[in-house]
Design a protein around this ligand. Structure first.
Ligand code: TPP
Length: 342
């Protein structure tokens, strides 16, 4: 978490959320976070074995943010994110099989093996998109479509990195969303680094959302991105606000990624000790697990069983991906925008 004294974190009453949500929904959220964690661990192993091509960006350490969001607002919205997109796809109903097969570039993959790790999608997810900041106008357009079609109880949720906030397209989008009253929630996942550059060296303001939102006449929040309860409660609150006034909202979720920028990043810009400390103190899965144990909704043994169950799903998805065929070259022009010859 940032040590900046001006950070004002959204506060959630975790005991009340535990009571309101109940055991089944809480365990479901924990299971989803464990699925994401296991998927990332094994996906990286498959990459090391040469089974996954291209890049690999892990969401490990950030699981509470998108899990909390989708648990709070439901899947019936528009969602957009960056190349760090495995979690969102899994949360929006893409099976581990489809996601893993896509990483392996197989025809049974989520995008028929065309996109790989950075380009998962679903009927509600407009894509994992790799141009930094480039997906923000797309998410803004989705918010415009909600307003134009007078759809109720819906918003467009746009997740972007701290490195993206200095891109022009992001600022144009925020301005337009505010001018036109678009139901768009922009979530800056401040994971402390843009590749190997510390956020503080790349972005001239801190806290980011709180300051930036003022320029665009928007409401903003800062949330501890490792705290499932805070994320869940905040997204519930912003959804209720959007239902009332349809105005855009800017959120900064403060977190730290547990892995390098991508799998090929040796992480020389941060010390092993500080990373170990973050992983010890701010692991969103352990924080949720400990709270559930404290409230007697879970035992350590049950947690281990849940973890094993999710690991088995992921191992089965690797078998599925391994055994799936590569795309037939004859299908090369299918599923792409390039027009066929007349
Ligand atoms: C327009 C553009 N510039 C540069 C890149 C190369 N690039 C890929 S990821 C990245 C860092 C982005 O960091 P951040 O937005 O903080 O997201 P994070 O990877 O931390 O989730 C850069 C510079 C790119 N993909 N697109």
């Amino acid at each position: 978490m940032s040590d900046c004294p001006q950070y004002h974190y959204f506060q959630a009453d975790s005991a009340k959320i535990i009571q309101d949500l109940g055991k089944d929904k809480l365990l479901d959220a924990l299971k989803k976070m464990l699925l994401i964690r296991n998927f990332e661990i094994r996906g990286e192993q498959a990459y090391q074995q040469g089974k996954v091509g291209g890049f690999y960006h892990s969401y490990m350490g950030q699981e509470a943010i998108q899990t909390g969001c989708i648990a709070a607002v439901g899947a019936n919205n528009w969602f957009t994110t960056t190349y760090r997109c495995h979690a969102m796809a899994l949360l929006l109903g893409v099976s581990a099989n489809e996601a893993m097969a896509e990483l392996y570039g197989k025809s049974t993959g989520n995008a028929m093996g065309r996109g790989g790790s950075m380009h998962l999608y679903s009927d509600r997810m407009l894509g994992g998109l790799a141009i930094v900041g480039g997906h923000v106008p797309i998410a803004t357009g989705a918010a415009f479509s909600i307003k134009y079609q007078k759809q109720k109880n819906m918003a467009s949720f746009c997740f972007l990195g701290d490195g993206a906030v200095v891109q022009g397209a992001v600022h144009e989008s925020l301005n337009m969303a505010s001018l036109w009253d678009l139901p768009c929630v922009y979530v800056i996942e401040n994971n402390k680094w843009g590749m190997g550059t510390a956020t503080k060296r790349a972005v001239c303001i801190e806290p980011i959302a709180e300051n930036m939102a003022k320029s665009y006449n928007m409401k903003s929040y800062t949330v501890d991105g490792s705290d499932f309860f805070a994320c869940f409660a905040l997204f519930q609150e912003v959804m209720a606000e959007i239902e009332k006034n349809g105005r855009p909202i800017l959120i900064e979720a403060v977190t730290e990624r547990f892995r390098g920028h991508s799998i090929s990043d040796p992480g020389l810009y941060r010390s092993k000790d500080s990373l170990a400390h973050t992983m010890e103190e701010k692991d969103p899965i352990h924080l949720l697990k400990n709270a559930l144990i404290e409230h007697k909704l879970l035992t350590e043994e049950e947690f281990q069983d849940l973890d094993k169950e999710q690991k088995a799903i992921v191992l089965a998805s690797m078998k599925f991906a391994d055994e799936s065929p590569s795309p037939d070259p004859i299908t090369l022009e299918q599923g792409v925008f390039a027009p066929e010859d007349e």
